[in-house]
Design a protein around this ligand. Structure first.
Ligand code: MG
Length: 169
């Protein structure tokens, strides 16, 4: 069954939000590189790639459901970053916003009895639990680290070891 007009619009908005996330993560990656934290920068860069993959999951779904994809302008991340902690806090705030958007999509799909949306949205519900938990832990560890530069460099090394994952997870 083709996608409804309202779901089509909502998924197009989500494509834009995922692309804006990718853009925001890229800005964070640049900031962390400038701060001489290449491991954290690389972590954010992988995150940016993941968000692009997320956008494409919605992109493919709309097309598969005989909908129309309309790409719109991607907003400037507009982040004022001062420390690694501020970058990861911005990331956590952003992930919570994405989780709320996924929840809204779920509610809309349910209202419209569009059960074909469920496998896709269930994947994103699980993904968001993981994202918030991962970023939340890094934020807490950065708070513990405080002004301890040695510990900050250790965490930078650890995050730099992250490998790209399959399927944008
Ligand atoms: Mg995402």
């Amino acid at each position: 069954m083709p996608i409804s007009t309202s779901l089509e619009a909502a998924y197009n908005e989500q494509i834009n939000l995922e692309m804006a996330s990718s853009y925001a993560y890229l800005q964070m990656a640049a900031f962390l590189d400038e701060e001489n934290l290449p491991g954290m920068s690389s972590w954010m860069r992988m995150q940016a790639e993941e968000e692009r993959v997320h956008a494409l999951k919605f992109f493919d779904f709309v097309l598969e459901r005989e909908g129309h994809v309309e790409l719109t302008s991607i907003a400037s991340p507009g982040l004022s970053l001062s420390t690694a902690l501020s970058a990861f806090e911005a990331s956590l705030g952003h992930e919570r916003k994405v989780t709320a958007a996924i929840n809204d999509l779920y509610a809309l799909a349910t209202d419209e009895r569009d059960f074909a949306s469920y496998p896709l949205l269930n994947w994103f519900v699980e993904e968001q639990i993981e994202e918030e938990s991962t970023v939340g832990l890094i934020v807490e560890q950065l708070k513990m680290i405080g002004d301890d530069r040695t510990a900050l460099l250790m965490l930078d090394r650890e995050l730099g070891a992250r490998q790209p994952s399959a399927e944008g997870e």
